[in-house]
Ligand binder design. Structure first.
Ligand code: THU
Length: 135
Protein backbone atom coordinates (compact mmCIF):
# COMPACT_ATOMS: atom_id res chain seq x y z
CA UNK A 1 0.00 0.00 0.00
CA UNK A 2 1.11 3.62 -0.55
CA UNK A 3 1.79 6.16 2.20
CA UNK A 4 -1.69 7.64 2.00
CA UNK A 5 -3.27 4.23 2.34
CA UNK A 6 -0.99 3.44 5.26
CA UNK A 7 -1.99 6.62 7.07
CA UNK A 8 -5.71 6.11 6.49
CA UNK A 9 -5.50 2.50 7.61
CA UNK A 10 -3.59 3.56 10.72
CA UNK A 11 -6.21 6.18 11.55
CA UNK A 12 -8.99 3.64 11.07
CA UNK A 13 -7.21 1.07 13.24
CA UNK A 14 -6.77 3.66 16.00
CA UNK A 15 -10.53 4.29 15.92
CA UNK A 16 -11.55 0.66 16.07
CA UNK A 17 -11.67 0.53 19.88
CA UNK A 18 -14.37 3.21 19.78
CA UNK A 19 -16.78 1.08 17.74
CA UNK A 20 -20.11 0.65 19.51
CA UNK A 21 -21.13 -2.88 18.58
CA UNK A 22 -22.66 -4.55 21.66
CA UNK A 23 -25.13 -6.58 19.57
CA UNK A 24 -23.12 -7.91 16.63
CA UNK A 25 -19.72 -7.75 18.36
CA UNK A 26 -18.44 -6.88 14.89
CA UNK A 27 -16.33 -3.75 15.31
CA UNK A 28 -15.68 -1.71 12.17
CA UNK A 29 -13.79 1.55 11.63
CA UNK A 30 -13.25 3.75 8.60
CA UNK A 31 -11.13 6.76 7.70
CA UNK A 32 -11.73 9.09 4.76
CA UNK A 33 -9.65 11.86 3.24
CA UNK A 34 -11.40 14.93 1.85
CA UNK A 35 -10.49 17.34 -0.96
CA UNK A 36 -8.59 19.55 1.51
CA UNK A 37 -6.48 16.62 2.70
CA UNK A 38 -8.24 16.34 6.02
CA UNK A 39 -8.85 12.92 7.55
CA UNK A 40 -12.11 11.98 9.28
CA UNK A 41 -12.81 8.72 11.05
CA UNK A 42 -15.93 6.78 11.90
CA UNK A 43 -16.96 3.62 13.70
CA UNK A 44 -20.11 1.55 13.55
CA UNK A 45 -22.74 2.68 16.04
CA UNK A 46 -25.37 0.07 16.82
CA UNK A 47 -28.77 0.40 18.48
CA UNK A 48 -30.97 -1.97 20.46
CA UNK A 49 -33.46 -1.36 17.65
CA UNK A 50 -31.09 -3.10 15.25
CA UNK A 51 -32.20 -1.40 12.05
CA UNK A 52 -31.11 1.98 13.39
CA UNK A 53 -27.46 0.91 13.49
CA UNK A 54 -25.05 2.85 11.31
CA UNK A 55 -21.97 1.58 9.51
CA UNK A 56 -18.51 2.99 10.13
CA UNK A 57 -18.10 4.14 6.52
CA UNK A 58 -21.19 6.31 6.62
CA UNK A 59 -20.30 7.75 10.02
CA UNK A 60 -16.88 8.77 8.63
CA UNK A 61 -18.33 10.27 5.44
CA UNK A 62 -21.14 12.11 7.20
CA UNK A 63 -18.65 13.48 9.74
CA UNK A 64 -16.53 14.79 6.87
CA UNK A 65 -19.53 16.34 5.13
CA UNK A 66 -20.68 17.97 8.37
CA UNK A 67 -17.21 19.54 8.65
CA UNK A 68 -17.57 21.07 5.19
CA UNK A 69 -16.07 18.41 2.95
CA UNK A 70 -17.74 17.89 -0.40
CA UNK A 71 -15.46 15.31 -2.04
CA UNK A 72 -13.83 12.16 -0.67
CA UNK A 73 -10.49 11.28 -2.27
CA UNK A 74 -9.54 8.07 -0.43
CA UNK A 75 -11.15 5.65 2.00
CA UNK A 76 -9.83 2.99 4.37
CA UNK A 77 -11.86 0.37 6.20
CA UNK A 78 -10.89 -2.12 8.84
CA UNK A 79 -12.59 -4.44 11.28
CA UNK A 80 -11.70 -6.54 14.26
CA UNK A 81 -12.44 -9.69 12.26
CA UNK A 82 -9.60 -11.78 10.89
CA UNK A 83 -11.09 -11.78 7.37
CA UNK A 84 -11.40 -8.90 4.92
CA UNK A 85 -14.52 -6.78 5.19
CA UNK A 86 -16.45 -5.75 2.12
CA UNK A 87 -18.59 -2.59 2.43
CA UNK A 88 -22.36 -3.04 2.50
CA UNK A 89 -24.55 -1.90 -0.38
CA UNK A 90 -25.89 1.18 1.40
CA UNK A 91 -22.36 2.37 2.12
CA UNK A 92 -21.33 1.80 -1.49
CA UNK A 93 -24.12 4.10 -2.65
CA UNK A 94 -23.15 6.78 -0.11
CA UNK A 95 -19.47 6.48 -1.04
CA UNK A 96 -20.39 6.98 -4.72
CA UNK A 97 -22.22 10.22 -3.86
CA UNK A 98 -18.99 11.87 -2.75
CA UNK A 99 -16.13 9.95 -4.40
CA UNK A 100 -15.16 9.58 -8.06
CA UNK A 101 -15.16 6.13 -9.62
CA UNK A 102 -11.38 5.83 -9.48
CA UNK A 103 -11.17 6.71 -5.77
CA UNK A 104 -9.27 4.02 -3.86
CA UNK A 105 -10.99 2.05 -1.10
CA UNK A 106 -8.42 0.25 1.03
CA UNK A 107 -9.24 -2.54 3.43
CA UNK A 108 -7.07 -4.22 6.04
CA UNK A 109 -8.16 -7.38 7.86
CA UNK A 110 -7.03 -8.00 11.41
CA UNK A 111 -5.12 -11.07 10.26
CA UNK A 112 -3.08 -8.84 7.95
CA UNK A 113 -4.61 -9.35 4.51
CA UNK A 114 -5.01 -6.10 2.57
CA UNK A 115 -7.10 -5.25 -0.48
CA UNK A 116 -7.58 -2.21 -2.67
CA UNK A 117 -10.73 -1.58 -4.68
CA UNK A 118 -11.92 1.47 -6.55
CA UNK A 119 -15.34 2.96 -5.98
CA UNK A 120 -16.34 1.69 -9.45
CA UNK A 121 -15.23 -1.82 -8.51
CA UNK A 122 -17.61 -1.69 -5.55
CA UNK A 123 -20.55 -0.07 -7.34
CA UNK A 124 -20.44 -0.70 -11.09
CA UNK A 125 -23.21 0.99 -13.09
CA UNK A 126 -24.34 2.87 -10.00
CA UNK A 127 -27.16 5.42 -9.83
CA UNK A 128 -25.39 8.78 -9.71
CA UNK A 129 -26.41 12.46 -9.69
CA UNK A 130 -25.80 13.01 -13.41
CA UNK A 131 -28.80 10.77 -14.14
CA UNK A 132 -31.10 13.17 -12.27
CA UNK A 133 -29.80 16.40 -13.76
CA UNK A 134 -31.70 16.08 -17.02
CA UNK A 135 -35.07 16.00 -15.24
N1 THU B 1 -20.83 -2.76 9.33
C1 THU B 1 -20.07 -1.66 9.04
O1 THU B 1 -19.85 -0.80 9.90
N2 THU B 1 -19.56 -1.56 7.79
C2 THU B 1 -19.74 -2.47 6.80
O2 THU B 1 -19.28 -2.27 5.69
C3 THU B 1 -20.45 -3.71 7.06
C4 THU B 1 -21.14 -3.80 8.37
C5 THU B 1 -21.36 -2.89 10.69
C6 THU B 1 -22.85 -2.73 10.80
C7 THU B 1 -23.13 -3.50 12.08
O3 THU B 1 -22.90 -2.65 13.19
C8 THU B 1 -22.08 -4.60 12.08
O4 THU B 1 -21.08 -4.19 11.17
C9 THU B 1 -22.61 -5.96 11.66
O5 THU B 1 -23.29 -5.89 10.48
Amino acid sequence: MDDDADELIRRARESLERAYAPYSHFQVAAAVRDELGRVFTGVNVENVSYGLSMCAERVAIFTAIAAGARRITAIAITSAAAELLSPCGACRQVIAEFAAGDTPVHCLASAGEARRWTVSDLLPSGFVASQLRNR
